[in-house]
Design a protein around this ligand. Structure first.
Ligand code: ZN
Length: 229
C-alpha cells in the first residue's frame, strides 16, 4: 500500500523538534475494514524510534547484540527443541551417573528410543511397536514410563506412600516438571532421586524384555529402583 515500496527509513520519517515522526504515504485512502489494521501499523511503527548513531550489526540471538558461538548454539537449540524449564535438580547433580542424567534429559524431551520413536524415524517393527508389557498400546515414552498399567502402579505406590493424591500427568515432561511439587514428607534429596532410579530401572528391565526375551518383572524393577536409591 505504501507509495514507495523500497524507501529507506530516512525517506519515510522526519525529525520535528528533535522528535522522530514517521511519515509513510499510501497509494489511496483506507477502506473502513482496513482502518484497524492501519492503526495497528501506526502503533507498531511508533514503537520504533530511529537513533542518530551509525548503522551496526546486531546479533538478535543475544540481548547484548553481540555474536558468540555459545549464543548461536542456544538459539538453534531453543528453535529445535523449544525452551524447557526442566533441569537436573542441583541437590542431586553430583550423585546421578552421567548416563542416567543424559537419559533423563532425553526422556523429558521425548527423545528416548522407544518403539514409537523408532517408528517415527521410519523403522518397521514387529507387532506394530506394541508395548511388551501390556501388548495393547504403542510403546511411546509416555506409555512406557507413565501410563502402562504396571508402571502407573509404581507411581501410585510412591504417591500413596507419600500420602499424596495425584492426577497422572500426560507425559514424562510434565511428570518431571511437577515432581518437586508432589513431595510431602520424604526428604528432598531422596525424593528427587526416586524418579531417576525408577525410570532408569524401568528402562533397563524394558531393554531386557525387548532384546533378551525376558518377561518383564515388576517386582524386580521395584526392588532394583530401591537398591539404586
Ligand atoms: Zn504397556
Amino acid at each position: 500500500m505504501a507509495t514507495d515500496k523500497i524507501a529507506t527509513v530516512a525517506d519515510v520519517g522526519i525529525k520535528e523538534q528533535d522528535r522522530w515522526k514517521w511519515d509513510v504515504s499510501f497509494r489511496r485512502k483506507f477502506f473502513d475494514w482496513e482502518l484497524e489494521q492501519h492503526q495497528r501499523f501506526l502503533k507498531l511503527t511508533n514503537s520504533v524510534v530511529p537513533i542518530d548513531e551509525d548503522d551496526f550489526l546486531y546479533w538478535k540471538g543475544d540481548n547484548a547484540g553481540l555474536f558468540s558461538v555459545k549464543g548461536l548454539c542456544r538459539f538453534v537449540e531453543d528453535k529445535k527443541y523449544g525452551r524447557t524449564d526442566w533441569q537436573i535438580p542441583k541437590s542431586i547433580k553430583q550423585m546421578i551417573p552421567a548416563k542416567v542424567g543424559v537419559f533423563m534429559w532425553q526422556l523429558q524431551r521425548d527423545r528416548v528410543a522407544t518403539k514409537a520413536c523408532l517408528m517415527t524415524r521410519g523403522m518397521v517393527l514387529p507387532e506394530e511397536g506394541m508395548c511388551n508389557m501390556c501388548t495393547s498400546n504403542v510403546e511411546s515414552s509416555a506409555h512406557l514410563f507413565v501410563h502402562c498399567e504396571i508402571i502407573w502402579q509404581f507411581w501410585c505406590r510412591i504417591m500413596q506412600r507419600e500420602g499424596q493424591n495425584w492426577v497422572v500427568p500426560q507425559d514424562m515432561k510434565s511428570l518431571l516438571l511437577e515432581w518437586g511439587n508432589w513431595r510431602i514428607k520424604t526428604d528432598k534429596i531422596l525424593w528427587d532421586i526416586i524418579s531417576y532410579a525408577l525410570c532408569w530401572s524401568i528402562w533397563l528391565e524394558r531393554n531386557n524384555t525387548v532384546f533378551n526375551d525376558k518377561t518383564f518383572c515388576a517386582e524386580s524393577v521395584w526392588d532394583l529402583h530401591l537398591a539404586r536409591i
